[in-house]
Write a protein that binds this ligand. Structure first.
Ligand SMILES: Nc1ncnc2c1ncn2[C@@H]1O[C@H](COP(=O)(O)OP(=O)(O)OP(=O)(O)O)[C@@H](O)[C@H]1O
Length: 500
């Protein structure tokens, strides 16, 4: 799924031109004809999020400056590119002071707009990632900190959001590294308990003989080695949330005590004389099917029903590949900032390969792969060679990814393709439609149209180059030569584009 760009312009012709350009840059375009409509769209809680705004400054009613003020007042952190007429330098200065990310002079060309949008989206990804880290450190993660463009994940997050308004027990199921703890933290951070502690316990990492004392605490001298009194995680989480990770790993004896604690709202420390009242919201997680453990007699059925009141199943990363480019962008921005590296993008072929991988370790594995690549890279763009471990696991994919232009096969043909040689910025392919006119309303060059048709064909036939050549009635070597020429032309455009 491409980034969504909102275009606000009262001039219908300008709107159409911009819409066309934004789509050619590989983004989804949404148009509105006034400042008021732009604000309504930006704050609409039901509508899909907007990633950047292209804003005309001169509009009747609420003008561009008014929109910028309202964006600031409502605390929105969307990057805004303002459009000005020639000679509007004073307006530009005021707009930049009011928080605009960049400005373009009308009529803007597609390359200039693409550079501006790409910079704006990169900066915004970095801001988002830094905010996520800050929220994580402060224990204030919310759903806005979870990166996703997948419909399945959206549905999970919608349910999780509702759960955040109550203390209903939530059980989060999903493979290791899919973001279960992140969701648990977002539920906590979005509810009334957000100012209270969030305490996470990995039940699978505690030795069996210590589980009870770690969860419920122990008195001094309760057992050999208990030299001090220990409160236990339940008491530590009092008023807040206790996150029981890998809950399926709890030994049966601890399951009995946990059930009692949940039923009675009190815990008894090992060696303690009387129960202590606790007010704790329980969120548990497991990367195994808890019901299977119940059937196998390894998990108590009564406890299962206590924890499983609201189940959430987080899909693995391979089932939501459209998230991969966004996650890559976020982690790239974050690690570049942390490591002080000037890497600005990921090459198209590397992006294609990374999107095709199955990622058995899910987002944690992807995060670590980007971390390693950022630390080891010496250039300003990450390429295939920067992901050696990952490519080692995908020989067939790498073999195909070195072809001049490969299209991510799981994307629908309307989805963006990545162009190697430039960066991860996608070029759009609208199924069955080809725009004949340039942004300036002139007929487009034959060469450009041909290149677009070839890209479309590659997307349509999911990267099967022989089929593409056969359908286009050209030889494979001609196809590759044309792709080489197109990639060369694209990279010279990228090189000559202004880098503000
Ligand atoms: N949607 C997301 N957006 C951004 N970062 C994410 C997302 N999902 C996961 N992460 C990051 O990936 C890493 C792994 O996530 P997390 O620890 O929540 O996974 P988990 O499912 O709880 O793993 P495990 O089962 O091994 O405990 C964390 O650094 C987390 O911040």
């Amino acid at each position: 799924m491409a980034e969504r760009i909102l275009i606000a312009d009262d001039d219908a012709v300008q709107r159409r031109l911009l819409e066309n350009m934004v789509q050619r840059c590989g983004y989804e375009a949404i148009t509105v004809d006034s400042g008021d409509a732009a604000m309504a769209r930006l704050i609409d809680p039901e509508a899909a999020a907007i990633d950047a705004l292209v804003l005309d400054l001169m509009m009747p009613g609420l003008d561009g400056m008014g929109v910028l003020d309202k964006i600031r007042d409502s605390g929105l952190s969307i990057p805004v590119i303002v459009q000005t007429a020639h000679g509007g330098i004073e307006n530009v200065v005021s707009a930049m002071r009011a928080g605009a990310h960049d400005f373009v002079v009308k009529p803007v060309g597609v390359e200039r707009l693409q550079v501006s949008l790409r910079n704006a989206l990169n900066t915004s990804a970095l801001k988002g990632e830094l905010q996520r880290i800050r929220h994580s450190r402060e224990g204030k993660l919310t759903f806005a900190d979870i990166v996703t463009r997948n419909a399945g994940m959206d549905a999970v997050l919608r349910t999780a959001r509702k759960a955040a308004t109550s203390t209903i027990p939530v059980l989060i199921e999903g493979e290791s590294g899919v973001g279960k703890e992140l969701i648990a933290r977002a539920i906590h951070g979005s509810g009334e308990r957000s100012s209270k502690p969030f305490v996470a316990v990995n039940c699978g990492a505690i030795p069996d003989n210590l589980v009870e004392s770690i969860l419920f605490g122990h008195e001094k001298g309760a057992f050999t080695g208990a030299t001090d009194r220990h409160l236990g995680k339940f008491v530590e989480a009092h008023g807040g949330t206790l996150f029981l990770d890998e809950v399926g790993e709890l030994p049966l004896s601890a399951q009995v005590k946990l059930l009692r604690a949940l039923q009675e709202g009190s815990v008894e420390a090992v060696g303690g004389r009387k129960p202590v009242k606790v007010d704790v919201r329980i969120i548990s997680a497991t990367n195994r099917k808890l019901l299977d453990l119940v059937k196998a007699g390894q998990f108590r059925e009564d406890l299962f029903y206590r924890l499983h009141v609201l189940p959430l199943t987080v899909p693995p990363l391979r089932a939501r590949r459209e998230d991969i480019p966004y996650l890559l962008r976020h982690f790239l921005a974050r690690f570049c900032a942390e490591e002080n590296k000037p890497i600005t993008s990921i090459a198209g072929d590397a992006m294609t390969m990374l999107t095709q991988l199955d990622w058995p370790g899910n987002i944690r594995q992807l995060e670590n792969a980007v971390y390693r690549a950022v630390v080891m890279s010496e250039g300003d763009q990450l390429g295939l060679a920067d992901f050696p471990q990952t490519t080692a696991h995908a020989p067939s994919i790498v073999a195909s990814a070195v072809a001049p232009l490969i299209v991510e096969p799981v994307f629908h043909t309307m989805a963006p393709t990545m162009v190697p040689g430039i960066d991860a910025a996608p070029i759009s392919l609208a199924a069955g439609s080809l725009s004949m006119l340039t942004a300036e309303n002139e007929v487009r060059a034959l060469e450009e149209l041909e290149s677009e048709i070839i890209r479309f064909a590659i997307a349509h036939y999911r990267g099967q180059m022989s089929e593409v050549a056969r359908r286009l009635k050209i030889g494979r070597s001609t196809l590759y030569r044309k792709l080489d020429e197109a990639a060369e032309k694209d990279s010279s455009i990228a090189d000559s584009a202004p880098s503000n």
